[in-house]
Write a protein that binds this ligand. Sequence first.
Ligand code: PLP
Length: 436
Amino acid sequence: MTLSSDALEQHWLPFTANRDFKREPRLFVRASGMYYWNQNGDKILDGCSGLFTTAAGHCRPEIAKAVNEQLLTLDFTPSFMRSHPGAFQLANAVAALTPEDLSHVFFCNSGSEAVDTAIKIAFAYHLARNEGQRTYLVSRERAYHGVNMGGTALSGMVKNREAFGAVMPGVLHLRHTLLPQNRLTRGLGEHGVELADDLLRFVQLVGEKRIAAVFVEPIAGSTGVIVPPKGYLERVREICDRFGILLVFDEVICGFGRTGQPFAANTFGVLPDIITLAKALTNGAQPMGAVAVRDSIYRTITESAPDGATEFFHGYTYSAHPAACAAGLATLKIYETEDLFAKGRELAPYFQDAMFALQDIGVVADVRGFGMLAGVEIKPGKAAGVRGADLQAKLFDRGLHLKTTGDVAIIAPAFICGRPEVDIIVAMLRDALADY
Ligand SMILES: Cc1ncc(COP(=O)(O)O)c(C=O)c1O
């Protein structure tokens, strides 16, 4: 299938060089398992699970069938004051995977909405316990928390902020943890635990009871894979506990097995108060996000309202959409029956070996990774990001799809991936990187 250049004008692509894309469109027309096919019929290995979404591989019939049946049975339910069984079943299934008592699940439609929902939950929680003066939020440099207003204010990536002004006042940013001393470290870095103490400085700056929540991606994904230093998440947790600050793990990328356990909170043994989720929740087959909160947060908010009154004035028309719930339930069943988190965990050492072996290529500046997630940073060309953009286009044309952010290639294969596919990914990367 080909589209004329006129037919490409109307669709304004997100996070894309539109003029460039429309001069040379790269379209996917079909997918199956580990592969996409483009408009010319070329087969393209998916090195990034779509966009960290499709952990069980593409076009799973079980998910398609569940969504189809759902749409033929009950296509839509108003999400306010009404619901449907699938919403509760999926909440239960998610709560069965989340650590400890993070057992209440609020549904939305994307990672960005999950983040903005979590911000509101944090404020509502503190207000309900008569600490409504906690109006500050803390995020981190280089953070990516989506693109809605709250997430943009939390963002630590300059391009995602600079056009939009001071979106929300009262957001403080911890320094990022991408340190040269940790260059080429596999897993958690030895250096940088003390960067968590920036949070203490913020407490000293704005007051002991002024910060509502700290947002942290356990592994910062979209910015180019920054694995936390040893002890860092623990120290952030400890400071949050000391000052009554909620800790939010944004697991939109890390969640559902990417780090080897259901959540990075499990893998790193640090319990947050709130987890934001999306992407692999439905294997990417339906848009959906979710926020899991600890029992005490849910109870504090719901019990603060009079009987019969709405407790939390927030929600979306499509919260817990029946088709998304059907996709989520079918997805979680696949993860369980095929033991896919364990498969990813077993493949991870081989995958990481393959990625770190690329460090002998001259243009490679750094390699970082954990579990089934890796970042290969290349030395910048004429300007930052130009070489990265060139690399992903070149790889696409040679048959490998991955995401680049700036000059970092991000590799995150599905958990159905085997050693042969890892070998192809690494061979294609090696081949393409040799050109620079
Ligand atoms: C950590 C994190 N939070 C939030 C988001 C936003 O998710 P979405 O694009 O579904 O709005 C992303 C997307 O990559 C993410 O990586």
